[in-house]
Design a protein around this ligand. Structure first.
Ligand code: FES
Length: 114
């Protein structure tokens, strides 16, 4: 299914925004080569990636324990490492990629395919 998200001008390059589509919460990102969408919750301990930061036009860094995910693929590029000691938790909360969906731009509007 294809869902309309917002006007593309409402999401400037280098920014991200939490949204909902098809009953799912997602985060939409505007990188240098286009728009991308990932699930909204971190796979480590479910923190909101809508409050995360975009690093080097490539990754979203979780605001809680600083795991980093490749926005384009959802793959883990660095697992939770903050604060020191969180690694103990990682024994039961192992690396898991984010779900991603393709985003297209058409007539100044963004659409996600889910
Ligand atoms: S909740 Fe995201 S890294 Fe722990």
């Amino acid at each position: 299914m294809r869902y309309e998200l917002c006007a593309s001008q409402d999401l400037p390059q280098g920014k991200s925004r939490a949204m909902e589509a098809g009953g799912k919460k997602l985060v939409v990102y505007h990188l240098s080569d286009g728009f991308y969408a990932t699930q909204a919750r971190c796979t480590h301990m479910f923190a909101s990636l809508g409050k995360g930061k975009i690093v080097e036009d490539k990754c979203v860094q979780c605001p809680l324990h600083r795991a980093r995910f490749d926005i384009r693929t959802g793959e883990v590029s660095e697992w939770a490492n903050f604060p020191p000691g969180v690694q103990l938790l990682n024994v039961v909360r192992g690396e898991k990629a984010l779900e991603t969906w393709p985003v297209t731009e058409e007539d100044g509007h963004l659409f996600v395919e889910m």
